[in-house]
Write a protein that binds this ligand. Structure first.
Ligand code: AMP
Ligand code: MG
Length: 313
């Protein structure tokens, strides 16, 4: 083995809460002191992104532009610009199945998860009237919104982008053998020393429709999983996911899990959420076609007629 293959003798792991979840960094280093400096910088970068992209932090850049950019161009940070450009492109490609202007509707379903009560039809109609990605306009480094009281929500894309950026900071500090994980979104750098890649488990279904965990080995890639396994509310025997289908105005009711693998977390994160919606709207083949057209790989597990099925491409 050459010197490069031996580099990174010690495995270092660190956790820190950001973006409403626990971020995890794992890296291999010879110099733990330098590694901890790099980890601090990576978490700080994620924190910076949270202050720009969060819809929970009242004074975030995202929430400020919802108030200031109504009917006029307002300058935005490079990060917000990057994430919104990717979002709007995906909204175009999915006819609005992926839509970061769904904030008002998403908030109603968020309350439903807390109270266990369905949103009323009136409340949903009022919220839906303040949505629509065609009411969000991006110019060169600027944003403009058509309607007052719009609420942008980057919950389907910000964590993947933050994982990419955390990984980039670690690499810039000299630690390319690293991963950054944010619950369902993980960005992987170079493989651990002496290994082909990072092993990661994904939910899968075998031929007899039994769920099991498939292990994948990845490096210099990202993976995201979306679905209803973690965040949902069950009301009147119906299970509503935290992902909203804009055509129905409701949380997804189909039991589904989507895994996407691509080069970057910003892409896997938005695609896995979009593919979940497309599966309900148009079926798994259409969702896999979207993933393939984006140059990514996807796997969908879906409950149909009481039985789990798996679709992959
Ligand atoms: P993820 O866990 O990446 O699938 O993202 C789910 C989050 O994305 C939700 O908690 C909402 O904040 C947001 N979201 C829900 N539905 C949509 C949608 N149709 N398009 C874009 N973002 C959505
Ligand atoms: Mg997502």
């Amino acid at each position: 083995m050459g010197a490069a293959a031996l580099q990174g003798s010690e495995r270092i792991e660190a956790l820190e809460p950001h973006m409403g979840t626990m971020f995890r960094i794992v890296l291999y280093a010879d110099d733990p002191g330098a590694a901890h400096v790099a980890i601090r910088a990576a978490f700080d970068r994620v924190g910076e992104l949270d202050s720009e992209l969060s819809d929970y932090i009242p004074e975030s850049e995202l929430n400020r532009v919802c108030e200031t950019a109504v009917g006029r161009d307002v300058r935005i940070s490079d990060d917000l610009n990057t994430v919104l450009r990717a979002s709007q492109s995906l909204a175009d490609r999915t006819d609005g199945a992926f839509d970061v202007t769904l904030g008002p509707v998403i908030r109603l379903w968020r309350s439903a998860r807390q109270t266990g009560q369905l949103p009323t039809a009136d409340a949903l109609a009022e919220a839906a009237a303040r949505t629509g990605y065609r009411h969000l306009h991006l110019g060169t480094g600027v944003i403009r919104l058509d309607l007052p009281d719009m609420q942008l929500d980057l919950g389907a894309i910000a964590k993947g982008y933050a994982a990419d950026e955390g990984l980039r900071v670690l690499r810039d500090h000299g630690f390319p053998r690293a991963l950054v994980a944010a619950s369902g979104d993980i960005a992987f750098g170079d493989a651990p020393p002496g290994k082909a890649g990072w092993e990661t488990g994904v939910d899968s279904i075998n031929a007899s429709s039994e769920a099991f965990t498939e292990v994948l080995t990845l490096h210099n890639a990202a993976i995201s999983t979306s679905g209803d396994t973690e965040q949902y509310v069950e009301i009147g025997g119906v299970r509503y996911s935290h992902i909203v289908n804009p055509k129905t105005g409701a949380g997804l009711t189909q039991r589904i899990g989507v895994t996407v693998i691509a080069a970057r977390g910003i892409d896997t994160d938005e695609l896995s959420t979009a593919a979940s919606v497309i599966t309900e709207q148009a079926g798994p083949a259409a969702a896999l076609a979207l993933i393939e057209q984006a140059g990514a790989h996807g796997m969908i597990v879906l409950q149909a007629g009481g039985e789990w099925k798996k679709y992959a491409r």
